[in-house]
Design a protein around this ligand. Structure first.
Ligand SMILES: *[C@@H]1O[C@H](CO)[C@@H](O)[C@H](O)[C@H]1NC(C)=O
Length: 216
């Protein structure tokens, strides 16, 4: 009997961790985010439905090129619930990514979303890495009109490998996908992760860690 309860508990833990990994389904037509509301919930509280207007479901500006003059040569223009309050509880968002020639969107992960990408302009190399122990790189060069999917939670990247600029549009399965950029998180943590710890983790000299940490 006790072992039955134990396995039931394990099953419930597993299923609840799966369901918590993604946005929950809406229980009403919409729940436009009330950014100034005093209520704290998982997500954002709903604005009074009677006061909702078309502009709550609207965003303009994805035709504009992002400024890629930065260290990585790319810029993400997000359209998540922070920019479009009507996305609250709907489980989706999108973004435009601009790339300078050879610009990269560095290895990163979205803790709450699968991502689907299409190339609007240029040629983009995309890839993701499977989890331990294989850590297999799955990568491909995409042309204009091609579509690629990055499974939820996996580390992925993009790079402009064409001539001239490149543009991608992505869809994400969360109103608030979150972004963890690996280099920034590991080497740019505030306060620093101890450098001797990182030296052991990356199997390099502490000097190498200090050099990388100084960049973030
Ligand atoms: C792009 O960003 C760079 C670096 O921040 C800045 O110097 C430059 O003025 C920006 N260009 C435009 C067109 O906004």
């Amino acid at each position: 009997m006790a072992s039955h309860f134990l396995s039931l508990g394990v099953i419930m833990l597993i299923t609840s961790s799966f369901s918590l990994a993604s946005d929950s389904s809406p229980l009403q037509d919409f729940c436009v985010a009330d950014r100034n509301g005093p209520v704290l919930v998982n997500g954002l509280a709903c604005k009074d439905a009677k006061l909702v207007k078309a502009d709550d479901f609207f965003f303009s500006g994805l035709h504009l090129m992002g400024n890629t003059s930065n260290a990585v040569g790319s810029l993400v223009t997000p359209v998540t619930v922070a920019q479009l309050p009507g996305l609250n509880t709907l489980g989706i968002s999108m973004a435009r990514i601009d790339f300078a020639p050879w610009g990269i969107n560095p290895p990163h992960t979205h803790p709450r979303a699968t991502e689907i990408l299409t190339v609007i302009e240029g040629r983009i190399q995309v890839g993701f890495i499977t989890s331990n122990p294989e850590n297999r790189l799955i990568n491909k060069v995409l042309q204009k009109g091609d579509v690629f999917v990055f499974p939820e939670g996996l580390i992925h990247f993009q790079r402009n490998v064409g001539h001239g600029n490149a543009i991608a549009i992505v869809g994400l399965s969360s109103q608030n996908p979150g972004v963890i950029t690996i280099a920034n998180a590991v080497f740019g943590a505030k306060p620093d992760i101890p450098n001797d710890l990182l030296a052991k983790a990356f199997q390099v000299d502490v000097k190498v860690v200090n050099q990388i940490q100084s960049k973030f």
